[in-house]
Design a protein around this ligand. Structure first.
Ligand SMILES: NC(=O)c1ccc[n+]([C@@H]2O[C@H](COP(=O)([O-])OP(=O)(O)OC[C@H]3O[C@@H](n4cnc5c(N)ncnc54)[C@H](OP(=O)(O)O)[C@@H]3O)[C@@H](O)[C@H]2O)c1
Length: 230
């Protein structure tokens, strides 16, 4: 079913998700703080990704706007901003523009201030997703996709033929069901509903293991598979 998506975040995650949604014929716009400043950037980012303006030429159907403008137009909003700045970005998007909407939160609460590897700036008794939900109580926050690399998010069948797992956490069952459908449209075969948004603590706290696995595998192209007794 055709939907209008607003993706907050001009980095590799925002681009990957927006590109996939556009490929699936949804209407999609990427949000940023300042469109002119984003388009004027000429250098690759810290991870070596091409400047946004270059990427944008290859994805002409994906529009670009301010966090507020693209959230106002969207039916579903996706948070793909740096975790430490997500609350700020969502404030710029505007609480009224998020009200009543599914807000898919992909961000991780990573603190790079002490160098690599990053630590978590919230954990155990709280999570970034819960902070977002408390900050924007009218939004329907669903945490998902934060446990995999940007490419795996949108091309899950590229590894192990998609026989691996992704998670959803959220307090609203209907919103989680909608997000699960979107994930299936991306190619995800196995979506585990972990329960309420409180379970986002667990997927966010998986990040130290994800980083260690990436270092051991020397690649971000992996995921975990949950196996059970029959
Ligand atoms: N990279 C991955 O494969 C991966 C995998 C799983 C989860 N994640 C999570 O996904 C999120 C996005 O990651 P990413 O690597 O694509 O991009 P990123 O570099 O972490 O974030 C870029 C976005 O954050 C915004 N931002 C930065 N500082 C801001 C501030 N002070 N106020 C408002 N907005 C600000 C930027 O806005 P402008 O557009 O205005 O510059 C940009 O849109 C992160 O939370 C990350 O932890 C990443």
């Amino acid at each position: 079913m055709f939907m209008r998506f607003g993706v907050l975040g001009s980095g590799i995650v925002g681009r990957s998700i927006a590109g996939k949604l556009s490929e699936l014929d949804h209407e999609v716009a990427i949000g940023t703080r300042d469109v002119e400043a984003l388009m004027a950037r000429r250098e690759p980012d810290a991870m070596g990704n091409q400047p946004f303006s270059e990427w944008s030429k290859g994805s002409p159907r994906v529009r670009t706007g301010t966090f507020a403008d693209i959230s106002a137009e969207a039916e579903i909003v996706i948070n793909a901003t740096a975790g430490a700045s997500s609350l700020e970005a969502l404030s710029l998007a505007g609480a009224s523009n998020l009200s009543g909407k599914v807000l898919i939160d992909i961000a991780n609460p990573l603190d790079f201030s002490g160098g690599m590897p990053p630590t978590l700036f919230v954990s155990n008794t709280d999570s970034l997703a819960e902070r977002i939900q408390r900050g924007f109580p009218e939004a329907r926050v669903v945490k998902s996709l934060n446990t995999v690399n940007a490419r795996v998010m949108v091309e899950p069948t590229q590894i192990a033929k998609g026989e691996h797992h992704v998670f959803v956490s959220g307090d609203d069952g209907q919103s989680k069901a909608r997000v699960s459908e979107i994930l299936q449209s991306f190619g995800w075969k196995h979506v585990i509903d972990l329960g309420g948004l409180i379970t986002a603590r667990a997927t966010e706290m998986y990040l130290p293991l994800w980083l260690a696995l990436m270092s051991a595998a020397k690649s971000p192209m992996f995921n975990i598979k949950v196996v059970q007794d029959q």
